[in-house]
Design a protein around this ligand. Structure first.
Ligand code: ATP
Ligand code: MG
Length: 1107
């Protein structure tokens, strides 16, 4: 399947032809038509071999998306439709994989899309090369250098809203892996005259407009600027606003880019201060003033602007003012100062502005280089991108255009050299014979300009350095003399009479036939611009600035480093740098992007045939194709060629086993392609005529259709066969499953029938066996029963016999005993008295009693009255004696015990006895009180000084002194009271104060009531009408109820000789004043522990809950 991989090619789905080399017939019309056709279909890129022609679409096309980047990544150059990405990819891979330094040369006129193309190349390379935080920062810095340089170096011109006014060559450096390390930017001759003057319809550099539109009020104020464009003489007003360009937004982009590139805040600030100073310089105006000696002198009209500039730049105002008024010329040891007239002052002002700005621009480039410089010293691979100002033909062309066009000539030159060289080398490499091809070589024009003796630049320099009066006219004269005979030089005044009557050529101009067309140059300003003169007074004034950036921009102003030698002229500087550039480019592998402008209106969808035709002509694109096709129009390595066309020949289809070259040979022979139509190189096949290639393509297309049919046929057959086989297989599977199922069913039926038959037979057999076994068992049982009965009968017979035998033996023994007795009695009767028997009886009895008492003496229990032990009786006949003896012993030991008591103890036991009689088995509280000694005086009143008053009030003996709870009759709540019982009275006193609350003579106490339960409540009932009965009966509660009730009972009895009525009942009546209240005892919860709670339910009932 791997061999089936589909290879696409440039030749697939082609609109027109993607590679002009294949154009047939090849002429200007077909060339333009092909470009137009492709342009109309949004195909803006077309190849000439490996050169990319790019037509500016003037609108954004969706062909630069990340998906497109991926599509072109790692693909062969001719594999996909032409694209700038294909060229970028080829260059990048060749750099990374083959270690070849690359340069990408982008040429074309102003507005053709060179800068955009260079940015596309950079962004593509950035997208496909290595990734990682560090690498990404390098990429970002490289990419962000573009907006900064564009802001300062680009301007709107009539041809291009974002025209590069400087040349730029950028080397991007990579490590061996292809990861970017950094870069170096070289800039070429900024068109600085734009700073002071712009042609109609054009603008100054973008940055001026961007600052004024985008800077904050605050920032503008710092820079001493105003937002109004019209305030500044240097800003051309007629096209200050460019359609579709947002200067304010671009200003933010630039500041952001400066930050990313690595500009410090103070550096950015300085840069903008210089820009502001340049802008303000334009507003300095001069007025004439005559001096006595007749010399003209100038004076600054309004010094305000000058003052602000000096404040911005930190220059002494007087120094700058003087520099605008005087010019000091130093020659050898002499110093001569002359005054400047108004024109000269203006010239000085503009020169300063131009120099300031162009030096600032160079400083920016240096500063950016510092940031993007590769940090390592390892060997680097380099990819150079050259985006230089395009060929320019304006109405008025001056020194700048001359320089720009010279540069383009040089680039064309290198293009011719390198493409031809490359082509030639390829033929040699491949061993193919080389045929010469005619093309226009612009070396002659380059020579006209740069020849060291007779070149225009050399003559300009000569003129500038010549002593005496030098003007632009003397320069033209010189040209007229020297270059008159040159084919490409035209001038009215030249010795060559050809142009004497050419009115289209003014006298002050000369015309050069550039490779891209004729350009007429105004000679005015050539000398000045070449001299690029800045009066030393000004550069010295600048050096004196305290603004560090400005000071650094004018190092020649330092008086210590005065150099009397003239600095090199602008022309020679440029020539030198272009020469270096060319040398540099020649060491690298060139890749060309030739940009074409489809119309002059910057409009999308407009293709101006004449304009394109002109560019094709001067770019020599047709020649390029011809050179490419000189011998052979098309070449391709053997492998891809065989891969593409192998289906056209039986031997090579589907696989060719031998070397690709032999395969291609076989293929071409088979196709009967005439021998003169192709040639075999070392690694490539060369096809002479595009027709042959197209024939091959047609055959391939035809064959592909056939192959498609074949594939379809085979596929259909395969599909039907597979389906049939699948169905067959399915049928077998289904049948086998069905058979299995049917057999299973049948088998199960037979099996179950067999089981039934088998079970019947087994049943029958088992029953038969069972019958036999049962019969056998019954026989056994019968035998056993018969045997048992038999044995029983035998045993019973034996038993009967033995019993009979025993009875007889017993009878014999009895009879024998009676007989023996009879015999003994008869024998001994004569020896005994009549009462001897009785005496023996009594003696025996006596002996027994004696023995009993003696044993009892030793077994006596202890003397404790509570000891329940008593020895067991030995003889039954002594039973009553034994019990009586026990009773007597107990009484005796009790008496003994009592005899030991003191009077005190006696009293206590009497009381306890009394209590037992009163309460035993009547009150549940009683058993707990038995163990408690009755102490009576629980409160030691006599000892407690608190109760001294109480003690004094009671003069009798206190029987009970105890704290009781007096139950409030109204609510059932308890209050503590001291309860005192004396011989005659019952007293209740306050527990805290000891004050007597009530005093009742014992005679007035009629009854004491209490419950049968385990509580300490008791009521003391008083005699009706007695003194104490006023408040009613007392309802009290005490922990020593039993003792108190007993003592009360005993004391009353001894004092009044009357028994106190003690009522034990769970419901009794109590007299409270007039009312009788029922006190009822109920079973309560154990919520409060074991404490009974008392509650007044209503005015007739007081409920005591006893847990
Ligand atoms: N590939 C493109 N896609 C869309 N628009 C483009 C493309 N190339 C160029 N343009 C448009 O054309 C304008 C001019 O392009 P660019 O600035 O690249 O021209 P240039 O060749 O660099 O000109 P100059 O020599 O004046 O600097 C761009 O501002 C842009 O609007
Ligand atoms: Mg440009």
């Amino acid at each position: 399947m791997a061999k089936m991989e589909v290879k696409t090619s440039l030749l697939d789905n082609m609109i027109g032809v993607g590679d002009m080399v294949l154009l047939e017939p090849l002429n200007e019309d077909s060339f333009i038509n092909n470009l137009k056709k492709r342009f109309d279909h949004n195909e803006v890129y077309t190849y000439i071999g490996s050169v990319v022609i790019s037509i500016n679409p003037y609108r954004s096309l969706p062909i630069y998306t990340p998906e497109k980047v991926e599509e072109y990544r790692n693909r062969n150059f001719y594999e996909l439709s032409p694209h700038i990405f294909a060229l970028s990819d080829e260059a990048y891979r060749s750099l990374r994989d083959q270690d070849k330094d690359q340069c990408i040369l982008i040429t074309g006129e102003s507005g053709a899309g060179k800068t955009e193309a260079s940015k596309l190349v950079m962004s593509y390379v950035a997208a496909v090369c290595g990734k990682g935080a560090e690498v990404n920062q390098v990429k970002e810095q490289l990419l962000q250098s573009n907006p900064v340089l564009e802001a300062f170096g680009n301007a709107k011109t009539v041809r291009n809203d974002n025209s590069s006014r400087f040349g730029k060559y950028m080397d991007i450096e990579f490590d061996f892996k292809g990861d970017p390390l950094g870069g170096v930017i070289s800039n070429y001759l900024l068109e600085k005259s734009r700073v002071v003057k712009q042609p109609r319809g054009e603008r100054n550099f973008h940055i001026f407009y961007q600052i004024l539109s985008g800077a904050s009020e605050d920032f503008l104020c710092k820079l001493k600027l105003e937002r109004d464009f019209s305030r500044y003489n240097y800003l051309g007003l007629d096209s200050a606003k460019v359609n579709g360009v947002d200067d304010a937004a671009n200003f933010r982009t630039v500041r952001n880019a400066m930050q990313i590139v690595g500009f410090m805040d103070h550096e950015t600030q300085s840069v903008f201060e210089v820009v502001a100073a340049v802008l303000k310089l334009g507003n300095i105006e001069f007025k004439p003033e005559s001096r006595v000696n007749g010399l003209d002198e100038s004076k600054i009209k309004d010094k305000n602007e000058l003052k602000e500039i000096c404040e911005l730049t930190g220059i002494d105002q007087s120094v700058l003012e003087r520099a605008f008024s005087f010019r000091t010329v130093e020659a050898k040891q002499e110093k001569v100062s002359t005054t400047l007239n108004v024109a000269q002052a203006y010239y000085a002002r503009d020169a300063l502005a131009k120099n300031l700005y162009s030096r600032l621009f160079s400083w920016l480039v240096t500063r950016i280089n510092e940031s993007i410089k590769a940090q390592t010293k390892v060997r680097k691979k380099v990819m150079g991108v050259l985006d230089i100002y395009g060929f320019e033909i304006f109405e008025d062309n001056s020194f700048e255009q001359f320089i720009i066009n010279y540069c383009n000539e040089k680039l064309q030159q290198i293009f011719i050299e390198l493409t031809l060289k490359e082509e030639q080398e390829e033929y040699i490499r491949e061993g193919i014979e080389w045929t010469h091809i005619e093309y226009f070589n612009n070396a002659i024009i380059c020579d006209l300009i740069e020849n060291n003796q007779t070149g225009i630049l050399a003559m300009l320099d000569e003129e500038c350095l010549r002593p005496g009066t030098v003007t632009d006219d003397t320069f033209l004269e010189k040209l007229n003399q020297v270059c008159a005979t040159h084919q490409h030089f035209e001038s009215r005044m030249s010795k060559c009479s050809r142009f004497l009557n050419d009115t289209s050529l003014p006298h002050s101009c000369f015309r050069i036939q550039h490779y891209a067309g004729k350009v007429m140059y105004q000679v005015e300003g050539f000398v000045d611009k070449n001299n690029d003169l800045l009066y030393r007074d000004l550069s010295q004034a600048m050096w004196k600035a305290s603004h560090s950036l400005i000071k650094a921009l004018f190092p020649e102003g330092n008086p210590a480093k005065i150099n009397l030698k003239r600095p090199p002229t602008a022309g020679s500087q440029f020539k030198a740098s272009v020469a270096t550039l060319m040398k540099n480019l020649q060491t690298k592998n060139p890749n060309y992007i030739r940009c074409i402008k489809p119309n002059d209106k910057k409009a999308a969808h407009v293709f101006n045939d004449a304009l394109v035709c002109h560019q094709i002509r001067y770019l020599g694109l047709l020649e390029n194709v011809r050179v490419r096709r000189a011998g052979y129009a098309f070449r391709q390595a053997y492998e891809p060629c065989l891969e593409r066309y192998k289906m056209l020949c039986k031997q090579t289809w589907p696989h060719w086993r031998g070397p690709a070259r032999a395969g291609v040979k076989v293929l071409f022979n088979e196709l009967k392609i005439p021998e003169e139509e192709f040639s075999f190189g070392r690694s490539k096949i060369f096809i002479r005529n595009p027709r042959t290639l197209f024939k091959l393509e047609d055959l391939r297309k035809q064959r592909l259709e056939d192959l498609a049919t074949l594939i379809e046929k085979i596929y259909r057959g395969w599909k039907c066969r597979t389906r049939f086989l699948l169905m067959k297989k399915s049928q077998i599977v289904i049948a086998s499953w069905y058979r299995r199922y049917a057999q299973q069913k049948k088998y199960q039926k037979i099996k179950s029938s067999a089981i039934i038959v088998q079970s019947y037979i087994r049943g029958w057999k088992a029953r038969k066996l069972l019958r036999e076994l049962k019969h056998q068992k019954r026989c056994n049982e019968a035998a056993t029963i018969i045997a048992a009965y038999w044995h029983g009968t035998q045993a019973r017979r034996e038993l009967k016999r033995l019993k009979e035998e025993a009875r007889r033996k017993h009878a014999v023994a009895v009879i024998w005993a009676y007989w023996l007795g009879l015999k003994v009695r008869r024998e001994y009767r004569k020896f005994f008295r009549a009462n001897a028997g009785r005496k023996i009886y009594e003696f025996t009895l006596q002996r027994l009693m004696q023995k009993y008492f003696l044993e009892m003496k030793n077994k006596m229990p202890s003397l404790s009255p509570i000891d329940k032990n008593w020895p067991a009786r030995p003889y039954l006949f002594l039973d009553s004696t034994h019990k009586e003896l026990k009773r007597i012993f107990h009484l005796w030991r009790c008496k003994k015990y009592r005899d030991q008591f003191t009077d005190q103890q006696k009293l206590i036991y009497e009381e306890k006895l009394e209590a037992s009689e009163l309460f035993k088995d009547k009150k549940a509280l009683y058993p707990a009180s038995v163990g408690q000694p009755f102490q009576g005086a629980y409160l030691e009143i006599s000892k407690n000084p608190k109760y001294k008053k109480l003690k004094d009030a009671v003069d009798e003996k206190i029987i009970i002194a105890e704290v009781v709870n007096k139950i409030n009759r109204a609510n059932g709540k308890a209050t503590s009271r001291i309860f005192l019982l004396t011989k005659n009275n019952v007293l209740l006193a306050d527990q805290k104060s000891g004050n007597i609350k009530s005093e009742v003579p014992l005679g007035d106490v009629t009854k004491v009531s209490m419950s049968s339960q385990n509580d300490g409540f008791f009521a003391v009932h008083l005699k009706e009408g007695s003194g104490a009965a006023g408040k009613g009966d007392f309802l009290l509660s005490s922990d020593h109820l039993i003792e108190m009730a007993t003592k009360l009972y005993r004391t009353t009895l001894s004092q009044t000789k009357q028994k106190l009525n003690i009522e034990i009942s769970d419901e009794f009546l109590v007299q409270f004043r007039q009312d009788k209240v029922c006190v009822k005892f109920i079973q309560g919860s154990q919520k409060n522990g074991n404490i009974p709670t008392c509650k007044r339910k209503n005015n007739r009932l007081l409920e005591v809950a006893v847990p």
